[in-house]
Design a binder for this molecule. Structure first.
Ligand code: GAL
Length: 747
């Protein structure tokens, strides 16, 4: 199933409206969002069900210290819908983006085979079982238990899977013979005769010759088109858009996207968004469009506080922006499963490279389990092959033992579906068998091993070796920074390392046998609310100062939070300036240059400054000035007052769609007078909301390390949400979020 499928033309509501009137004019293809108006419950009595929208979690949870058994149960979702008479003669499919973990789907009482797997899309054809001009009932029994017959389960896993229909559902109305998928594969991107091979997968009979027309467009103009005639049915048909001429490449800084549309002469059409780039792992590292790029990235779990994976497009997409624009990463690994299509779309838009992998963690199950894992490879690639951001397919179960036959199958399938991308497979044994193109390894020791294979990428380091909370004491957070710094410095020392993807971007919820005792793995450079720890400052500081001048202290500023007192200690300041001046209480304390002697390979090594001589009698503010070529370009003030000064209530977005599912994070924090987070600030924040929205999260919210977040979700009406937060000592603060009206597509 291709998620970027649409046909330009009448809106769904208009199409449906026409269909319900006497002269039905149904477009050849129409995809309806089926995310609103579901009923949800846990037994057979529909009168006890509640009305919900998707994405949906089967239970809302605290942000930590909960038992996974809380979501491990079977639930039922029901969706009534009216199929207009005009659909008669069409083929109708229901497309599920992701249901955790197994789904038994029925339509009007007809049962489909159970779909097993929480991270991959699946579809069923409803056509024969529908009642046209009448009510239809689509029901889904969702088993969210950890079933040993389904990857990743069978052993232990260091993350939680959560439950429910947690991704989008669509209804697809198409001609009898239609395009089931399109792979728009750019070829010879760097040559003058670049082309796009448009591989069209047809579903349906070919009784008479059919013409396929493929078009490349930049969103405004059609740049190229070509046709092919199909006389007999086959798995796919290729149309080549040759001699394309000038195009703009997709790269990290200007991620230009194009559209390729395949049209059938029966009016069906399917569009794939794609980009032109050449991505290769070589024995001299990674090359994008012929240029060497040292990969610097973080692993990401797709889960959030309160709802697990059930966050809407905007929230899933925001993580890509955080990784690219705030953490300045150039790659992310979707550990350990195919992630939200919205996240991947946002990676395409942000210029963030992706290593995507199949679901699994250390354990390999029996033959049937392995068949499912091989099937996951196919579903992942067919869903995501048009994303220019994806540069490597991960086709092993993360950190599993060798299994020649199993991994020969996953590699062969990946290569046969997509010969334009290399495969990797994440291992933690240096002598494991390499059936993939790139040797991708989790190695947690330091120093790193020299590359043992010509194509070599480090896919995990740090993580559990130095679990660090955002509000840990100064020695620990500063050491956390250094541990990320030193690995990236070593990776930069040898061109045979393609680079490294650290464990990990965000803290995440896990099982009781992992983490810090509250079932959270504090392994992120940002916390579970996506709020940065000092280690995030290292990643942020690696960008060109033309993009952003960064000064991030790798410590919290206090006189006596360290064993021996006298200030924060010898600590890193992460910055891309060439020189820093540090003032203590208004007087110049020291000047510093980047720590090139210790970290000679980084473009922007941290500055290591000695802050052990701060007299407490004179204790006061610290000012850090950043210079580029002797010019003062940025100043950072850290308060010595020791007081909680400002209550911050900050939504990420000022406007939401009134579709009952759109949501935005609202950060709750206490800062000093200069806007720096106060990591030991405490207190409960009482929230009250008026208008068309609801709070997703804890209320009152107890600050954790001086901060945290809830999400505000829009209801299905337009208006203005007003959220007021009250802190016992810091007073009240209110924010407003507008909600736009959005009509339901199919009621
Ligand atoms: C790795 C594993 C990750 C995570 C990490 C913690 O071994 O692949 O999923 O558990 O350890 O550092």
């Amino acid at each position: 199933m291709n998620r970027r499928t649409f046909l330009a033309g009448a809106s769904a509501a208009a199409a449906l409206g026409r269909a319900q009137n006497s002269a039905p004019a149904v477009p050849p293809r129409r995809t309806y969002s089926l995310n609103r108006n579901w009923l949800f419950g846990t037994d057979a009595d529909e009168s006890k069900f509640s009305r919900v929208t998707l994405p949906h979690t089967n239970v809302e949870l605290p942000w930590h210290s909960f038992d996974d058994k809380a979501y491990e149960f079977v639930s039922v979702y029901r969706r009534h819908f009216r199929a207009p008479p005009a659909w008669n003669g069409k083929r109708i499919f229901v497309d599920f983006g992701g249901v955790m973990t197994a789904a038994k789907v029925t339509i009007n009482g007809h049962h489909f085979e159970e779909y097993r797997g929480g991270y991959t899309p699946f579809s069923f054809e409803l056509t024969e079982h529908l009642k046209f001009g009448a009510d239809n009932l689509l029901a889904v029994e969702v088993d969210s238990t950890e079933r040993a017959d389904i990857p990743p389960f069978g052993g232990s896993i260091d993350y939680l899977t959560f439950g429910g229909i947690y991704r989008d559902v669509e209804l697809r109305v198409v001609p009898k013979t239609h395009l089931a998928n399109v792979f728009a594969k750019p070829v010879r991107v760097m040559a003058n005769d670049r082309a796009v091979l448009v591989r069209c997968y047809l579903d349906g009979r070919v009784d008479q010759p059919l013409t396929i027309t493929a078009e490349l467009s930049d969103g405004e103009r059609v740049l190229k088109s070509a046709t092919a005639t199909v006389k007999t049915a086959a798995e796919y048909h290729d149309v080549t858009l040759a001699a394309i001429g000038d195009i703009q490449l997709w790269d990290l800084h200007r991620p230009k996207l194009y559209q390729v549309t395949a049209h059938l002469d029966n009016g069906d059409a399917l569009t794939a968004r794609m980009g032109f780039r050449e991505a290769r792992f070589t024995d001299k590292g990674f090359y994008l469009n012929g240029e060497h790029v040292k990969l610097r990235g973080l692993n990401r779990h797709q889960t959030f506080p309160y709802t697990g994976g059930a966050m809407p497009a905007r929230v899933q997409a925001r993580d890509a922006k955080v990784l690219r624009q705030e953490l300045k990463c150039n790659i992310v690994r979707t550990s350990h499963y195919p992630q939200s299509p919205h996240f991947l779309d946002a990676c395409d838009e942000a210029g963030l490279l992706v290593l995507e992998e199949i679901p699994g963690w250390q354990h390999i199950g029996d033959a049937a389990w392995q068949d499912l894992a091989v099937d996951n490879v196919g579903r992942m690639i067919r869903r995501d092959w048009n994303h220019p951001s994806i540069v490597l397919w991960g086709v092993r179960i993360n950190e599993s033992a060798d299994n020649h036959e199993f991994y020969s199958r996953t590699n062969a399938l990946a290569h046969s579906l997509d010969d334009s991308r290399q495969t990797g497979g994440i291992r933690n044994r240096p002598n494991s068998e390499l059936l993939e193109d790139v040797f991708t390894i989790n190695y947690f020791g330091f120093p790193l091993r020299p590359p043992s294979h010509p194509l070599y990428l480090n896919t995990e380091f740090n993580g559990h070796m130095f679990s660090t909370k955002r509000f840990d004491n100064v020695e620990r957070v500063a050491e956390h920074v250094i541990r990320h710094v030193r690995v990236h410095d070593q990776l930069a020392s040898d061109e045979r390392y393609a680079g490294g993807i650290a464990w990990c971007a965000f803290d995440y919820a896990s099982h009781r046998y992992f983490g810090s005792g509250d079932r959270i793995c504090y392994h992120g450079v940002s916390d579970i609310f996506r709020l940065p720890k000092p280690a995030a400052g290292f990643y942020r500081s690696q960008c060109d100062p033309e993009e952003e001048v960064v000064i991030e202290p790798g410590f919290f500023y206090a006189w006596g939070d360290r064993g021996s007192g006298n200030g924060p200690g010898v600590v890193p300041i992460c910055s891309n300036c060439d020189h820093l001046k540090v003032y203590y209480n208004g007087r110049l304390l020291l000047e510093a240059d980047p720590g090139r002697k210790t970290y000679p390979n980084l473009r922007h090594p941290p500055f290591i400054v000695n802050l052990t001589t701060l007299s407490f009698g004179n204790w006061g503010d610290l000012k850090i000035e950043g210079y580029l070529k002797d010019k003062l370009v940025a100043t950072r003030m850290l308060s010595g007052s020791g007081t909680d000064d400002v209550l911050v209530v900050k939504p990420d977005d000022a406007e939401l769609d009134g579709d009952g599912r759109d949501a935005t994070r609202v950060v709750l924090a206490v800062t000093d007078q200069f806007g720096n987070l106060r990591p030991l600030a405490s207190g409960a924040i009482q929230l009250s909301l008026t208008g068309p929205g609801q709070i997703v999260g804890e209320n009152p919210f107890s600050l954790s390390g001086g901060a945290g977040a809830v999400w505000v979700k829009a209801k299905e009406i337009a208006g203005t949400i007003r959220l007021e937060a009250r802190h016992q000592y810091l007073g009240r603060k209110a924010v407003e979020i507008r909600v736009r009206g959005v009509e339901a597509e199919l009621v």
